[in-house]
Design a protein around this ligand. Sequence first.
Ligand SMILES: N[C@@H](CCC[C@H](N)C(=O)O)C(=O)O
Length: 260
Amino acid sequence: MQIEFYKYQGTGNDFVMIDNRSGFFPKEDIKLIERLCDRRFGIGADGLILLENDTETDFRMVYYNSDGNQSSMCGNGGRCLVAFANQLGVVKNKATFIATDGLHHASVGDDAIISLQMIDVDEVQKKDSYTFLNTGSPHHVQIVDDLEHYNVKENGAAIRYGVLYGEKGSNINFVKKVDDSTFSLRTYERGVEDETLACGTGATAVAIAMNAIGQTDKTSINLNVEGGKLVVSFDKEGDHFTNVFLTGPAKFVFKGTIEI
Ligand SMILES: N[C@@H](CCC[C@H](N)C(=O)O)C(=O)O
């Protein structure tokens, strides 16, 4: 059997996209999803996303990490899925869709810039050396001295598998302040089990965490990620963050068919 796929990337966080509106895709086949995401034996991606029908919104997002397991929200994947839906003609420059963390609104701007509304954040756990919050996916946020030379894979894995987060784990973000409006980050992603070039829910978590712990009082924050630049904006009331938007490029790379 042959599957038609589309490859997208958002600031270097890359995804295999499949139009599953007919419901043909064998969703329980973890090994198949893992193989499709494999960079040597498959197409290669940080995750795989199915675009499915939904009765109340434009479409449903079903997200899998590259390890083949279905997971929580993916911000860059959500932005890429909106670009994919636009390419398929399912939406026209504006989208409303349902994902594992609830309803999302998005808009398509010039130059493949997609702005995606993320969930509200009601709880920010501030600890001495790190911050933890959920932006659709769980995120540990930690400021480090030498971000450029930091061993993200080794230190990220140690925290992800350590005592703090148990079996469920967390995504781990290491951060450096550039100026009041700008932070650089590098992310170790759960389910990829490696550093990725960008993480949308991670960038969102970093922006909110930096505001919540007083590193900035800005509510529109530039994020330098390894694969490009993202912007996160929000409204704030105490530790309650609403109207959270993640904005950045989401680009079509290629399409093809693969034998499964
Ligand atoms: N790359 C994603 C995050 C995907 C989910 C994450 N790996 C998890 O399982 O928690 C993003 O852009 O948000």
